[in-house]
Design a protein around this ligand. Sequence first.
Ligand code: WTA
Length: 663
Amino acid sequence: MKGIKWVVEDSVEKEVWWPSEELKRRAWVNDPSIYEEADKDPVAFWEARAREGLEWFKSWDKAYEEDLPYYKWFIGGKINASYNAVDRHVKAGKGNKPAIIWVPEPPEEPSRVITYQQLKDEVCRFANVLKKLGVKKGDRVGIYLPLIPEVHIAILACTRIGAVHSVVFSAFSGESLRVRLEDAEAKVLITADGYYRRGKIVNLKANADEGIKDTKVEKIVVVKRAGNEVNMVEGRDFWWHELMKDAAPHCDPEPMDSEDMMFLLYTSGTTGRPKGVIHTTGGYLTQAYWTTRWVFDIHDDDIYWCTSDIGWITGHTYLCYGPLLNCATLILYEGSPDYPQIDRWWEIIEKYKVTIFYTAPTAIRMFVRAGDEWPKKHDLSTLRLLGTVGEPIDRETWLWYFNNIGGGRCPITDTWWQTETGGTLMMSLPGIGPFMPTVSGRPFPGTRNAIVDEEGNPSPQGGYLVLVPPMPPGMLRGLYKADDKYRETYWSRYPKRYYFTGDGARDVINEHAPHIKEKGKIKHFIRVTGRVDDVMKVAGHRLSTAELEDAFNRHPAVTETAVVPQPDPMKGEVPVAYVVLKSGYRGSEELSKELVEHISKTVGPIAKPKQIFFVDELPKTRSGKIMRRILKALLTKDKIGDTSTLVNPDVVENLKKIVGYPD
Ligand code: WTA
């Protein structure tokens, strides 16, 4: 798509891009009045979307019901996710359209194309395999797979028979897997022998074997991917390809109740143990379908690529369900962005003529550092739309992405959302705009948010980002076996009134961009500033300080730990630990290395602390709470502020010396 002209405002403060006429013409939505229309009656808006976008076996009796903190969508409706993601397209004559183009990491290995017809057959086969293994509707199935097509097949096979999938990121450790499998009480685990990462084979099965210890997992299905040597236990472990050999390619989709649990996804919260976020069927699918369609403006001829791992919500909604529900062709790349060289992604975009590209700021920052010459080697002119997700994006990174990857012609939609929200809830739509560095935008039509202070009063100049009921259809329906935690985390600050996101935000419309109000019919234009709780975003990955502290404290040398995020130019944030050792232990470089290794093993390599400070004491309040504010300020060299509420104010002087805080 050539010749797109952007309206670039003259001053840097006013960097605002509007979609060209061509882009507007092509876009599914291009009239800003959609926001007002949808806001008049969000329930009616979503009802129309659910009807238009999906095929229901039975329509619902009531669209929305709320008794906060709980709510339901499309009550009484019957639907199946895998039927909507594959069968529907085959029936409509799209069976030969590629659904997945799989790109293996080894450059010499050929890619694999899976059409919608093939995907349907494979999904049915594997659904029959699951049934044979004794999996029934409502049972939880663990999925611990790398980015290979079997991950889509396994996920869809679960939803086909009404089993609840719980996907665990393949780079998580065996222990992280174990905690999640145990909580979900999964019966079956699907994994692989290994996968490629930067040219080396990772032995995934070995982690899986550790991960099922002391859990209810009775059977493991193993995909043969890397051909590495693995330990197979007779009667417990089965090869995927052997089970699939005799499985029939037909399996009726289970009609699921709209509010039946569809999947669990564990995420880090403010406590030591990850929480199982519950997503149900009808509402999630509706939001996944429409946000993918409108935000990425997907059309029949698009080649769509979301680089997220399947282990995150972005992978669930925008690498699997969203694009498949829209009958899109998606790219699935197994490996590392810098293998064999730092231009692997650009090579893939060029080779497969990718048109829509969705990634995380942390990845873009890595490319910024590597230099402009890498994307310049490739023809990226097929791209027409870019997206980001996962953390706030800074202006320099945004502009680099816009100019060097998007060639100054592609809008960047900065999508804000969470594991809990199921689908993205804030962005600028490509046919409406505008697009502005660091600003996410406005709520997706039919959803509402606000920026409020502690009391819940509007605080547009800076405050907490909350969601305003009615709750969007794709929202979580609770935390698995943790009602208290659910109420406390999201609904205790503004009971029965607002959902608390844990993020801080600012409305920039009056500050930076008052001139766009009229033109875009915009009331609020929102910049998300980051978490206000004890959740970190490390290279876009969500980690809780408590989870890391827990892991540290399990090491025999450690009494107590405080982990705080430190701003990092590449990863956004990195964990730094203040560790109090047991008597008899002394802080040393070896011990520091050992602890880093311990965290890498118990939580996963992404959680490796950047630095460890051995300290005698942590700053605490009278009620025994660690004052993280102080620990953070020590790192950022900001003002330490008031220390009078500490029981041990003297400790601060000591800490200053240890971290090298300027006098
Ligand atoms: C952050 C990822 C700024 C935010 C989909 C949120 C963002 C948390 C953005 C959820 C964005 C996500 N701009 N911050 N566009 N998108 N976040 O559950 O802090 O892994 O609360 O879901 O990521 O992380 P999660």
